[in-house]
Ligand binder design. Structure first.
Ligand code: UN1
Length: 442
């Protein structure tokens, strides 16, 4: 297999097609997931952005040449497609996560099989339809280029176990990722995992609290707390704790919760009743630990025309120390807040959870910012300064450590995960010297 000669034109024209349909696609995401229209449109923009990125990337799939220790020899790396790339995506980014994977996988010469979340089949049908339409408009034979597999968990299992699928890129819960990783390992198959996050931000004494409030509100309450990058833990220096919590509480009290398609709404409904229940369970458990809980209750009357959506007011939960539900990822808008006294202690708290996706520090102190982003700082795949934990640009590699799964998608050199590398030694001399000076004279 090699990259289809028209592949670059294909995703260039796919990106253009998606751009033309951005308003409808944004609305569809909003309708199906409950995220607000602005965020639905933002997600479609991510699809367009990664297509453009892939077009440029298609000219930059480079390998190294390496000096050989032997005369008249050269060493080089060549990169080849892996074959069929299986993509398992989650409900919360029903289009963008496919596109990050698809654009890179295709640019690297692979073909695709996509199993979207069973909660968001319509977004998948629409986006995949446009992908194939773009190919057909270019006169490409679409047979076997990309398959959409709508179905339950068993469909995902079949995908993971199919011998022709050489790489499985899975986005979703840690529990799902563990199963995928183990099934792939048993077949010596590659997996690329982008799983949960229990993301924290540290607020230092010198922090610009205006930035903190804006950054925390978007990261914790945006997408109704249902991003893997959502901010869940705020670790606040005791000197600014009271002032910050007061401001956050007053902002959360006013957040417009309601129909995600209505202009001005900032928080739409949760994806389903299970999400609502797990949020309430986490809040009850925090209360059991003596937490002070602000909001988090059902927002009565928020659904347009009495719709049965699960609308909640995002919660702020004050805890004396990091414990209980704060140590676990709950996929809902709960922002736990704890005080700290010492920066080392704050970094230790940031790192004290099983996930390692995103993190942030708010500070004007260069030493704290540098320390946080150094090897002795945050242990996450994303470590930000003076910006929230969510809303990454596509240009950087995206993913995290520990139970987040270790995979990297999207920008930078993430493409390497979608290819296999061969090291080539080429002898252009007339003798056969062996490496390490070994003599083997026959
Ligand atoms: C996810 O929640 O699975 O950084 C992905 C962000 C988005 C992607 C989130 N660009 O928040």
């Amino acid at each position: 297999m090699c990259p289809h000669p028209s592949a670059v034109n294909w995703y260039a024209s796919f990106g253009e097609t998606v751009r033309r349909h951005k308003p409808e696609l944004g609305q569809l995401i909003s309708l199906e997931t409950g995220k607000i229209l602005q965020e639905g449109l933002g997600e479609v923009q991510e699809v367009i952005d990664i297509c453009e990125f892939a077009v440029g990337l298609s000219r930059q799939l480079y390998g190294l040449t390496i000096a050989s220790e032997r005369p008249d020899h050269k060493l080089l790396e060549t990169w080849h497609p892996v074959g069929v790339v299986g993509i398992i995506s989650a409900f919360n980014f029903p289009m963008a996560v496919f596109a990050w994977n698809a654009a890179l996988a295709l640019v690297c010469g692979n073909t695709l099989a996509w199993k979207p979340s069973e909660k968001t089949p319509l977004s998948a049908v629409a986006l995949h339809g446009l992908l194939l339409r773009a190919a057909k408009e270019l006169g490409l034979d679409t047979e076997g280029l990309s398959e959409l597999l709508i179905g339950e968990r068993s469909v995902g299992e079949a995908l993971v176990n199919h011998p022709q699928v050489k790489l499985v890129s899975a986005t979703g819960s840690t529990a799902m990722g563990k199963k995928v990783a183990m099934a792939c390992a048993a077949q010596f198959k590659r997996s690329l995992l982008e799983l949960g996050g229990n993301n924290a931000a540290i607020v230092c004494p010198s922090a610009n609290l205006e930035l903190v409030v804006r950054g925390a509100a978007f990261a914790a309450a945006g997408t109704a707390g249902q991003r893997c990058t959502s901010l869940r833990r705020l670790i606040v220096h005791r000197s600014v704790y009271a002032a910050l919590v007061e401001r956050l509480v007053s902002v959360f009290a006013r957040l417009p919760v309601g129909n995600p398609l209505t202009e001005g709404t900032l928080v739409g409904p949760l994806i389903d009743g299970r999400a609502f229940d797990s949020m309430q369970t986490a809040l009850a458990s925090a209360k059991g630990l003596g937490a002070k809980v602000h909001f988090g209750q059902r927002e009565e009357g928020a659904g347009a025309g009495g719709s049965a959506g699960h609308y909640v007011r995002p919660a702020i939960v004050e805890l004396a120390e990091q414990a209980g539900p704060m140590l676990h990822e709950t996929f809902a808008p709960i922002l736990y807040v704890v005080p700290y006294d010492d920066f080392d202690e704050a970094i230790a708290m940031n790192n004290a959870v099983v996930h390692g996706l995103s993190s942030a520090v708010f500070t004007q102190d260069l030493r704290e910012a540098e320390r946080f982003t150094s090897a002795r700082g945050s242990d996450c795949g994303i470590a930000n300064v003076n910006i929230g934990t969510s809303g990454a640009e596509i240009g950087g590699a995206f993913g995290g450590e520990k139970e987040t799964g270790g995979g990297r998608e999207s920008g930078s050199d993430s493409w390497k995960a979608y290819m296999r590398r061969a090291t080539n030694t080429v002898n252009y001399g007339a003798s056969l010297p062996l490496a390490q000076g070994i003599r083997f004279d026959i």
